[in-house]
Ligand binder design. Structure first.
Ligand code: AFP
Length: 311
């Protein structure tokens, strides 16, 4: 994988190397988490992270691994992690030209049942040390999926590539990804359907009427990976419980939107709007947003103003 990206500038390559190394360590911790006492919540007090989610033991372990490696990449000046309330300012002596936003272990409610989980990241150039960078400043984004096998997907320069971890600890190139899957799948937490607004009720109903099947793992990396490879649509909309959506803009939605657009797909806010996720202006590091992403054809089917008679 590192050879594959040998044309990028040295600091960017150094960050990618740090993420690869981190993922190897995180993968090892996940593999043996049950027998190493790494299941369950972190601390008896059930501490929450900045987003209000209860932290799992592995969330904390994965976060420490990522921070350690990213600081020692000597290529970043700001780190934004889901697990840290405040931005981490990299000490001057280790500082470089990039900012990295990451969710060290997404889908962590799947840890204890050995379900798929992932690490999500995006890298933006911020020589001036700015903290809140819009999605259109991202230069590279990707995720690691710890599933039946470990894979990394990286988007850079308008191209998305897929790599699989071998038994020697190397990510081997599997090929480019362009969104052309035709499987009829919609992916949403249907348990929230009574809380949905009219636009989403209508959108999902139209999929049911057109013979689409439902798939939902509850781990964004896994649900998005399937959508990228098989086709269909993934949504986490605003609803009556979460009027701003649930997923985090900086380290979940921006990176996935960047990947989907590079793969010729689309990612919009929904919520009575066709606004591109990458155009949303960030106002805080742990901000949430509704999201609809998939192939451009599926995303275009979203109608912000459904006819009332159909509901
Ligand atoms: P956890 O990290 O708490 O499991 O949350 C995962 C997640 O942020 C994202 O990966 C999923 O797509 C989404 O939440 C699932 O949320 P619901 O459980 O509300 O469907």
């Amino acid at each position: 994988m590192i050879g594959f990206y040998s044309y990028v500038d040295y600091p960017l390559l150094s960050i990618l190397t740090a993420i690869c190394k981190s993922s190897l360590k995180i993968e090892q911790q996940i593999c043996y988490s049950g027998i190493q006492g790494l299941h369950g919540n972190h601390a008896a007090s059930n501490t929450s992270n900045a987003s209000g989610d209860v932290q799992k033991k592995l969330d904390v372990v994965a976060n420490d691994i990522m921070i350690e490696h990213l600081i020692h990449s000597y290529a970043c000046n700001i780190l934004l992690s889901e697990e840290n309330d405040e931005p981490i300012r990299v000490p001057e002596k280790c500082s470089g030209p990039y900012s990295v936003a990451f969710d060290p272990l997404d889908g962590s409610s799947n840890i204890d049942c050995n379900g798929p989980i992932g690490t999500i990241f995006s890298i933006s150039e911020n020589k001036k040390g700015e903290i809140l960078l819009p999605g259109n400043r991202i230069v590279m984004a990707g995720y690691v999926l710890y599933g039946p096998s470990t894979e990394m997907v990286v988007a850079h320069n308008g191209k998305v590539n897929r790599f699989q971890l071998d038994s020697e600890g190397h990510y081997l190139h599997m090929g480019p990804i362009v969104l052309n899957g035709l499987k009829k799948i919609y992916s949403i937490n249907e348990g929230n359907s009574s809380l949905w607004n009219a636009d989403i009720k209508q959108y999902i109903e139209s999929y049911k009427q057109s013979g689409y099947g439902a798939r939902y793992i509850g781990s964004m990396v896994a649900d998005v990976h399937r959508t990228l490879l098989y086709g269909g649509v993934f949504c986490y909309p605003a609803d009556k419980k979460n009027p701003k959506g649930k997923l985090r803009l900086l380290y979940e939605c921006y990176p996935m939107a960047f990947i989907f657009e590079a793969a010729m797909g689309a990612a919009i806010v929904g919520n009575i709007s066709y606004q591109r996720i990458l155009d949303v202006v960030p106002t805080s590091i742990h901000q949430r947003t509704p999201i609809i992403l998939g192939s451009a054809t599926e995303v275009k089917k979203y109608n912000p103003y459904p006819p009332k008679a159909n509901l």
